[in-house]
Ligand binder design. Structure first.
Ligand code: G1P
Length: 301
């Protein structure tokens, strides 16, 4: 079985749910605590053993390429000033030479089309697909657990988790069959079904391992929900030829494409940081009414 070495990041989206913030700044570059959203997703892929990072970009996204490049003047200045901790951190997050590729989607025709744009860069091997709006917080990274499941099952794997049953129309939803190793067999996939038509409330949370046969299917995939070329429709056709497995992820997922999810991510990741936990926690207590802002002011003795 071939190792999953490459990951695709579709980063061409316009970020319309997040205007005006995303008018000039790509949504993937908005920061959660002190890293851009896209860095969390790339870090997750690296932790899962991914060696090559393929970005499907669009107009106004060039700054993503700059972010993953070496910034000589900055690194030199930090070294001169003895800012070793910051420099170390930057270098740890830095992909190596030749480990990134960038291509453009050119026209926003949907997720299925964006993935298809990566076909030549992926070539004839299995690959991971990570939707960069979704960032995750868990002990073990979602993609890492999927790569482990893949070692047993091969084929295609889609990560899922529960959503509010009233919100199935926002996501791709899967049907659940028999358990298989740490996952289960997927019996159905529907893109954005009404609650009454949804097979379960297990939604596709933005992490996939796919076989390269998906590309020839997407090549002639017709438009589906939202008048877009849908990846889910392509996966349904691939499922006629190859099995699909679900990985039930149990950590947190934040949809950073929406302001609410982005704020939640900032709070959750700040609360995980030793240097911020107390201060942010105190603010939340204060706002939620447990402590009054002035309650800690004491008169001088
Ligand atoms: C895409 C997928 C959908 C998935 C979702 C996760 O939809 O098509 O199956 O559940 O991402 O965020 P989009 O959010 O692009 O409409």
């Amino acid at each position: 079985m071939m190792k999953v070495r490459k990951a695709v990041f579709p980063v061409a989206g316009l970020g319309t749910r997040f205007l005006p913030a995303t008018k000039a700044i790509p949504k993937e570059m908005l920061t959660v605590v002190d890293k851009p959203v896209i860095q969390y997703v790339v870090d997750e892929a690296r932790e899962a053993g991914i060696e090559h990072f393929i970005f499907v970009t669009g107009r106004n996204k060039a700054v993503i390429e700059d972010h993953f490049d070496i910034h000589f003047e900055l690194y030199d200045t930090l070294a001169e000033r003895g800012k070793d901790t910051v420099l170390d951190r930057l270098q740890r997050l830095q992909p190596g030479p030749g480990q990134t590729s960038f291509t453009r989607q050119q026209v926003p025709l949907g997720l299925g089309h964006a993935v298809w744009c990566a076909r030549d860069l992926v070539g004839d091997e299995p690959f991971a697909l990570l939707l960069p709006d979704m960032i995750m917080q868990s002990e073990k990274s979602c993609l890492k657990a999927m790569v482990e499941l893949y070692a047993h099952t091969g084929n295609n794997i889609v990560a899922v988790q529960e959503c509010d049953p009233a919100e199935t129309h926002k996501y791709g939803i899967v049907g659940k069959g028999a358990d298989a190793h740490s996952g289960f067999e997927i019996t159905a996939m529907v893109e954005k079904p009404k609650p009454a038509d949804a097979p379960t409330n297990l939604y596709i949370n933005g992490r996939y391992i796919l076989q390269p046969e998906i590309f020839s299917i997407l090549e002639n995939q017709e438009k589906g929900a939202g008048n877009e070329i849908q990846l889910t429709d392509g996966m349904l056709r691939l499922r006629e030829k190859q099995p699909f497995y679900g990985y039930h992820y149990r950590g947190r997922t934040f949809d950073c494409g929406s302001p609410e999810g982005f704020i939640e991510a900032n709070v959750a990741f700040a609360l995980q940081r030793e240097d911020m936990r107390e201060r942010i926690g105190r603010l939340i207590d204060e706002i939620s009414g447990d402590i009054h802002p002035g309650s800690e002011i004491r008169a001088a003795e």
